[in-house]
Design a protein around this ligand. Structure first.
Ligand code: BG6
Length: 513
């Protein structure tokens, strides 16, 4: 992301690669976890999209590191097959009717596979020889337990030393830590090997165009921001509802659960984008400072303000689906939550007294990521002598995925002799205004790392502040307090989530069918 005034015009190339943007400086991208899902499903399509929009330097190269016995030919072949499969799978994150042979060959010509076990120091010496003296990005697309090991290996091999005109950067995937102490320990460990400015902690929600657009909606328009505060807003709801189950990720998900998987990272990212103060500019440090300040202003949660649930068997899109405990890699008596609903409070001048309700879960009735802003009711007095018995609060919905747009809901007069009110909505979809560009969310993030723009990456202090907020809940659940409520697959989630809002006299927006 650059700080330019792009005005969201349709542009050539993938999202994030602004029209007229220059190719990123030459570098080698070293991917740890080259044989993994993330590389196949997201990183390679993102590199392909960057190649079609000519945003990579001719000298750009990729070195894939993994344990699996393979060579460059076999790795390239496997990646090509996966890319081809996307043309047939409309449900994949990257769907395209046809792969542009020239653009994909441009990428595959630059691939090199390096077999190696990154718990052994020798592999880093080999990577060093392959990288040579140029700039490099080390992408940690590996299990979180390896983050520290890989960074140590890179540091000890001298691969994180930067010289004039040569950068060395590390992209770290989530989850960054499993709680506050482990996040603090990981930050301390990696900062012994390189400077904070060399670390790019990724949250792929920030690669989504619709999430970046929250800043444009708020700060490029005169009509939203003046009312975006406690004087006018009753509460805010943030939802990331999924219809998929845990899929083949049972062994990752079992010790993780919905809270760690989604809240301190993705949902707090949405929360900070919607609630932060206007930054002085779109410069990385200005934006990151405001986001960090916002997270620091969230009060550490009371365990009573969190509800957790786990899906049982049910129906999804007309098919029977198993419950979480029957999924592969999941214990038959598992207590891991697949759903969480939370109430959080921000203790600053703008938001004091305005609750933010967050929910996320798997195997829910509909898929939608959105933020809804619920305004306070208008005064009723002038409707007293009319058939109107109540006014309904306005709602502004920022829709992120799969519906992408903005909706406002308000009351209008029903035509006729009497004053009666009917609920109406105006609805905007980005695709009706702007050309949809191929985007898996990682294009902007990779490009930004190459050009050294940290705006969309998580700073150490903000990550620790996020864990600090949820730490009391993690500790309470760790002591076995509170129960995991069952909910049927294909439902709206556990009853306790409704009760969380009902006790405040509010209710959730319904999930889509
Ligand atoms: C990932 C989580 O970070 O985000 C997954 O590990 C989740 O469990 C996913 O499904 C949701 O991302 P998206 O982009 O599909 O909304």
């Amino acid at each position: 992301m650059t700080g330019t005034d792009d005005r969201l015009q349709p542009a050539d190339g993938p999202a994030g690669a602004e029209a007229g943007a220059a190719p990123a400086p030459a570098c080698t991208l070293v991917i740890f976890g080259a044989g993994g899902d993330l590389t196949k499903r997201l990183l390679m399509p993102a590199l392909y999209n960057l190649s079609t929009s000519k945003l990579l330097d001719d000298k750009f190269r990729v070195i894939g590191v993994d344990r699996g016995q393979a060579d460059t030919g076999a790795w390239t072949h496997a990646l090509t097959e996966t890319m081809q499969s996307f043309t047939k799978d409309k449900t994949s994150e990257f769907h395209t009717p046809k792969i542009d042979e020239a653009a994909w060959t441009w990428v595959t010509d630059r691939l090199q596979y390096q077999q190696g076990d990154f718990s052994q120091q020798e592999v880093f010496a080999e990577i060093g020889r392959a990288v040579g003296g140029g700039s490099a990005i080390f992408y940690l697309a590996v299990g979180a337990r390896f983050f520290g090991t890989v960074v140590d290996g890179l540091g000890k091999a001298g691969l994180l030393k930067q010289d004039d005109g040569v950068f060395r950067r590390v992209i770290i995937e989530k989850p960054f830590g499993a709680d506050l102490p482990s996040a603090q320990a990981l930050n301390a460990q990696i900062l012994t090997q390189a400077d904070e400015s060399q670390y790019y902690r990724i949250d792929h929600f920030l690669g989504k165009e619709t999430v970046q657009s929250i800043m444009a909606v708020r700060f490029a328009n005169g009509m939203f921001e003046p009312t975006w505060r406690r004087e006018y807003i009753d509460h805010v709801q943030i939802t990331a509802a999924e219809t998929v189950g845990v899929e083949a990720r049972g062994s990752f998900y079992e010790p993780t659960g919905a809270l760690r998987d989604m809240v301190p990272n993705h949902l707090f990212t949405l929360l900070s984008m919607v609630a932060m103060e206007p930054p002085n500019s779109f410069d990385a440090e200005d934006v990151r400072e405001e986001k960090a300040k916002l997270v620091e202003a969230i009060r550490p949660m009371a365990p009573d303000d969190a509800v957790r649930g786990q899906y049982g068997a049910g129906q999804e899109a007309g098919h029977d689906v198993p419950g979480y405990r029957q999924e592969p890699g999941v214990a038959p008596d598992s207590h891991t939550e697949t759903y969480v609903a939370l109430k959080v409070s921000i203790e600053n001048w703008r938001w004091a007294g305005v609750p933010f309700y967050l929910r996320t879960g798997k195997r829910l009735r509909g898929r939608q990521t959105e933020i809804s802003i619920h305004y306070k009711s208008a005064p009723y007095r002038m409707f007293r002598d009319t058939p109107v018995d109540k006014t309904t609060p306005n709602v502004v919905r920022l829709l992120m995925d799969p519906d992408q747009g903005l909706e406002t809901q308000f009351d209008a007069k029903v035509p006729g002799p009497q004053m009666r009110l009917g609920r109406v909505a105006t609805s905007m979809r980005y695709k009706d205004y702007f050309e949809e560009r191929p985007n898996v969310g990682y294009e902007t993030l990779l490009y930004d790392c190459m050009i050294g723009d940290t705006t969309l990456f998580q700073r150490a202090d903000a990550i620790e502040a996020s864990w600090r907020v949820v730490q009391p809940v993690l500790e309470s659940w760790g002591r076995g307090e509170g129960s995991v409520e069952p909910y049927a697959a294909g439902s709206q989630g556990p009853a306790g989530a409704d009760a969380l809002l009902e006790r405040d006299g509010r209710s959730w927006l319904a999930l889509p069918e």
